[in-house]
Design a protein around this ligand. Sequence first.
Ligand code: ZN
Length: 199
Amino acid sequence: MTESERKSGLFVIPGDRLGVIEEFTSGPGTYVEDGIIHAQVTGRTLLDMLNRQVSVYPIVEAATVPQVGSVVTGMATDVRNKNAILHIFKIGDKNLSGAFKGALHISGVSHGYVDNMYDVCKSGDIVRAKVISTANRSIFLSTVDKDLGVLQALCSMCGNLLEPANRGMNCPNCGNFERRKMAPDYGKDKTREGEGNEN
Ligand SMILES: [Zn+2]
């Protein structure tokens, strides 16, 4: 946090730097590590200039906000050549009531070179990704790790659920062949099937 940003009411997430112990004392919702005061909870800063104390007032439960390292599940929308947006509806195994948007860039999809996001995911796909940055309140995602990627994909010709095939995906309905960055448990996530489970 730079000098000019030091004010009350800033939205912060756990780990954000709030100041150093030479200038502030650590108030509720903060912790000190190596002389640096960090936010302990997601919330808004409160600077008490009189007592030179910095606090964070929680505004949401930390568990319901995607944080760096969180594994999230979302639906791909706005898929373009080099990037895609995920509407995140799940963090870990917790379903969210609201939704967060996360951005996936072509440089963060796979270990190998990929030149087209359409070979990774398409709009409507259910994708598992990891949060790699929440800087400036924007959520940036990666699907590089091998347990990440598309969990369910629909044929872009007919809308049928695609099945894994040799080096890609196959539509059992119309025979269309497409590519995805598949998660190893592709097809096992029942998110899209909703109420269909027996129990
Ligand atoms: Zn099809």
